[in-house]
Design a protein around this ligand. Structure first.
Ligand code: ADP
Length: 299
């Protein structure tokens, strides 16, 4: 790895995931007794920041946590993973929370309460400066659209590469698309963006210059406006839990691109990160280290 790690800045969400397991999901109005309960910091922003730091990036997180105990835990978890939280805002009120119920068959019901994430509006001078000084900006769509746009424009002005992981899917304004260097989407998000019932790579390339489509166990597909168009197969591993695979993939991709690696090679390395993640049960706790990723990549 290069002597100085690439500077990655994530502008995104941070949540506390409250996961309760039960024999079956309760019906509306019903109370049931559950089994285990697990609490883990999550949210796509925090997960991808942790993924980038573990993959070897010098990562800074921009976003907002609440003034509650969840905020303290989320921040501690980011710091313990090596993520710089100097600019992370604390807003009065609740942190983002995902209440997740999972039954024995693995079926779930999820309610996300955005809390502090919805207060992350506009960018301060310090936040803008962090973006301009970074090699890569990584955003998702669990924070207000105006903030994603402001971050993308700060990246454009600062000469920072911008990766948009358009998850969850929502309408992408033209000003945002103009500032995106690389779009990362899964198949569902890709179809939502182009409004079609099948994958439409030319349709995506009409919107942004470079696209990575993630396809779970089938790997990924890279295409750009220079005419490169390649499927990169997944690494074959024993799958334990696919939660957070996309976050592991995107965080690692940002690091590899920030290191100056060719994008096809960066996607292959990110595939190794996604595969390393699905071998373990869990969410942010199953995000792979650089050594885990390299072990698969060089095997
Ligand atoms: P998302 O969670 O955002 O839908 P995907 O499921 O497409 O994302 O996974 C992201 C990446 O993780 C894939 O492109 C692939 O490289 C890797 N991955 C996901 N599932 C598997 C799997 N079953 N085996 C190997 N790699 C996987």
């Amino acid at each position: 790895m290069a002597s100085s790690p690439p500077r990655i800045v994530v502008a995104g969400s941070a949540n506390m995931d409250l996961v309760g397991l039960a024999e079956r999901l309760p019906l509306p109005g019903e109370t049931i007794l559950g089994d285990d309960f697990v609490m883990t910091p999550g949210g796509k922003g925090a997960n991808q920041a942790i993924a980038a730091a573990r993959a070897g990036g010098a990562c800074t997180m921009l976003g907002a946590i609440g003034s509650d105990a969840f905020g303290v835990t989320i921040k501690a978890r980011l710091n313990a993973s090596g993520v710089d939280t100097e600019c992370l805002r604390t807003s009065y009120g609740s942190s983002g929370v995902a209440v997740i119920m999972v039954d024995r068959a693995g079926e779930n019901s999820i309610m996300v309460s955005p809390g502090a994430n919805s207060t992350f509006a506009g960018l301060s001078a310090a936040e803008t400066a962090v973006i301009a000084e970074s090699d890569v900006l990584l955003c998702q769509q669990e924070i207000p659209g105006e903030t994603v746009l402001a971050a993308a424009q700060a990246a454009r002005e600062g000469g920072t590469r911008m990766i948009l992981n358009a998850a969850p899917a929502r309408e992408l304004p033209p000003e945002l698309l103009e500032a995106v260097d690389l779009l990362v989407v899964n198949e569902v998000e890709a179809m939502a963006i182009t409004g079609s019932e099948r994958l439409d790579m030319p349709g995506l390339l009409a919107l942004v210059p470079r696209v990575v489509l993630t396809m779970g166990g089938s790997g990924s597909w890279y295409a750009d406006r220079d005419g490169r168009d390649e499927r990169i197969p997944a690494f074959r591993v024993a799958v334990a839990d696919t939660t957070a695979a996309g976050d592991a993939f995107t965080g690692a991709l940002a690091v590899a691109w920030g290191e100056g690696r060719d994008l096809l090679d960066a996607v292959r390395w990110a595939n190794a990160a996604g595969a390393a993640c699905v071998r373990k049960v869990g969410a942010s706790n199953s995000l792979p280290s650089r050594a885990d990723i390299d072990a698969l990549y060089y095997a």
